[in-house]
Design a protein around this ligand. Structure first.
Ligand code: C2E
Ligand code: MG
Ligand code: MG
Ligand code: MG
Length: 285
C-alpha cells in the first residue's frame, strides 16, 4: 500500500518537475527573443518627500510585454534571467536606458534637474568583475552625473562575496553614486554592514508597511528602522505606501520619503515625462 502510494507520489512529482522545467525553458526562450527584439521597457515610479510631497526621483522598473502572453511581471522573469545568466545583458540595458532617459529629462526640464534615478541591481550583476567599468562607461556615454544615480541592492548582495562587493561599491561611491538597500527587513538585516558599506538609503520593504498602521508589531519594527537610520544618518524610503493613513503615520515617525500607489503607480516614459513637465510637486492626498 505504502509503496503504491509512494510510486504515485513520485509520478506526480515527476510530472510537476517536468512542467516546471518546461516553463523555465520557455521563459528563457522568451527572454532571449525579447532581448533580440528589444521588447523590454522601463517604467518609472515616483519617490516623494513625505512632508512636502515634493518629487525627489524615480525608481526604474523593468517591463516586458509579450506578443502572445501579454504583460509578464519582473517577479516572474527576473529570477529566470538570474538563473540563466541573461541578467547580465538585461541589467546592462536597464542601467543604460535609465541613465540615458534621466539625463534627457534633466536636459529638457528644469524641474528634473535635481531628480535622481534608482536602478535595481541583482546580486548576480556583482559577479561581473567589469561592473564598475560598465557603470563608468554608461555615465560617460549618457552624460548623467553619478550623483543622480542610485543603485538598489538587496542585503543578499552584501552578504555574498562581501569583500569583493565592498571594493566595487567603494569605487562606485567615488563616482557620487548612491547606495540603497532594497526590501530592508526581509533579509539578514545585519547592522554592521550599514556602516561598513556606507549605505545612504534604506528602503523599508512593503510587507512591513502593509497594515502597519493597524498592526502594533509592524509599527514597532518600522519605528525602530526609522530611528536606527536617523541615528546613522541614513535616509529612509517606505515602499508600498497605499493609503493616506500610512503616509500620515510614516511622517509622524519621521520617515522622510515614500513610494507607492498613493502617490503614483509606475508610469511609462511618456506619462513620466508629462508628470515632470507639469512640475507636479504636490503629490498624493
Ligand atoms: P522592488 O525593487 O522592491 O520594486 C518595488 C515593487 O513594488 C515594484 O514591483 C512596484 O511596482 C511595487 N509597488 C510599488 N508601489 C506599490 C504599492 O503601493 N503597493 C504594492 N503592492 N506594490 C507596489 P515590480 O515592478 O513588479 O517589480 C518587482 C521586483 O522585480 C522589484 O522589486 C525588483 O526586485 C525586481 N525588478 C524590477 N525591475 C528590475 C530591474 O530592472 N532589474 C532587476 N535586477 N530587478 C528588477
Ligand atoms: Mg527596488
Ligand atoms: Mg523593494
Ligand atoms: Mg521588493
Amino acid at each position: 500500500r505504502a509503496k503504491g502510494l509512494g510510486k504515485a507520489r513520485y509520478a506526480v512529482f515527476d510530472a510537476s518537475m517536468h512542467a516546471q522545467a518546461m516553463a523555465l525553458l520557455q521563459m528563457e526562450t522568451y527572454l532571449r527573443r525579447a532581448i533580440e527584439r528589444q521588447e523590454f521597457r522601463l517604467h518609472y515610479q515616483p519617490i516623494v518627500n513625505l512632508k512636502t510631497r515634493e518629487l525627489v526621483g524615480f525608481e526604474a522598473l523593468i517591463r516586458l510585454q509579450h506578443p502572445e502572453r501579454g504583460f509578464i511581471s519582473p517577479v516572474e522573469f527576473i529570477p529566470v534571467a538570474e538563473e540563466t545568466g541573461l541578467i547580465t545583458q538585461i541589467g546592462a540595458w536597464v542601467l543604460r536606458e535609465a541613465c540615458r532617459q534621466m539625463h534627457e529629462w534633466q536636459q529638457k526640464f528644469r524641474s528634473a534637474a535635481d531628480l535622481k534615478i534608482s536602478v535595481n541591481i541583482s546580486p548576480k550583476q556583482f559577479r561581473q568583475l567589469d561592473l564598475v567599468m560598465q557603470v563608468k562607461q554608461v555615465l560617460q556615454e549618457t552624460g548623467l552625473n553619478g550623483r543622480y544615480l542610485k543603485l538598489e541592492i538587496t542585503e543578499s548582495t552584501l552578504v555574498e562575496n562581501a569583500d569583493l562587493v565592498a571594493n566595487m561599491l567603494k569605487e562606485l561611491q567615488a563616482l557620487g553614486i548612491g547606495l540603497s538597500i532594497d526590501d530592508f527587513g526581509t533579509g539578514y538585516s545585519s547592522l554592521s554592514y550599514l556602516h561598513r558599506f556606507a549605505v545612504d538609503t534604506l528602503k523599508i520593504d512593503k510587507s512591513f508597511i502593509k497594515d502597519f498602521h493597524v498592526d502594533w508589531e509592524k509599527s514597532k519594527i518600522v519605528n525602530t528602522v526609522i530611528a536606527l537610520a536617523e541615528n546613522l544618518g541614513i535616509d529612509v524610503i517606505a515602499e508600498g505606501v497605499e493609503t493616506s493613513e500610512q503616509a500620515y503615520l510614516l511622517q509622524e515617525l519621521k520617515c522622510q520619503f515614500g513610494q507607492g500607489y498613493l502617490f503614483s503607480r509606475p508610469l511609462d516614459s511618456q506619462a513620466t515625462e508629462a508628470l515632470i513637465a507639469a512640475k507636479l510637486e504636490c503629490m498624493g492626498v
